[in-house]
Ligand binder design. Sequence first.
Ligand code: IPE
Ligand code: IPE
Ligand code: MG
Length: 237
Amino acid sequence: MSKKIDIPQHIAIVMDGNGRWAKERGLPRTAGHQAGEKVLFDLVEAAIGFGVKEISAYAFSTENWKRSPEEVKFLMGYSREMLRTRRDSLNEMGVKIQWLGRPQRLWKSVISELEEAQELTSKNKKLTLNMCVNYGGRAEIVDAATELARDVKRGKVKADSINEKTLEKYLYSPKMRDVDMFLRSSGEQRTSNFLPWQTSYAELVFMDVLWPDMTPELLWKAIEIYSGRERRFGSAQ
Ligand code: IPE
Ligand code: IPE
Ligand code: MG
């Protein structure tokens, strides 16, 4: 008899390997981003079927500004177009879109597209899709600490009463679940500043597949790997 599969409630995804996918084909890096665009939506659709409740997708990091101006420009325009073309079908699928990231430097047109998608889908309950655009984990903690310090100064919070729950309230999405499964494509085995606070007890699953080649079947394979892990959260068995 097969063992019951444990479905992760929250999956964080580092969509990596677009550049290498394009390079293997002698194409510009941007062609890799283009090829990878549909994959996230296919995975979201499949994840709903599997019973996953939340997905956080790393679309652009605070470090990705180091790339060439052409690639940054492409990625900005691309995020905007992608949101515009996909938001209605995501909405019909019952997906609630949320933006996680810093507004500084981010194109205004991308921010307004993210905000529109957020507003349109705010009441949906099937699955929450956190689009992490201009997101950095350390930046998120710094931003939370700054706001918290302001509230201490205003007398709204007592410094001696600060605990993990207090700080969590200042993160970009305070209601976010802890991440259960951290999935990265492309074979790289690092977290690259993605959700450090929320992934402190996540199971890490690294797949040797470039992002444009990811499929719902491979997502299921990752879930099977996750399900085979023993999670302890510091306790002894
Ligand atoms: C991930 O693919 C997409 C983004 C960072 C936007 P990469 O562009 O990092 O692809 P590789 O890692 O160079 O292959
Ligand atoms: C992480 O991938 C960021 C995104 C997928 C958006 P990178 O390709 O930027 O990470 P490093 O540079 O390999 O660590
Ligand atoms: Mg990369």
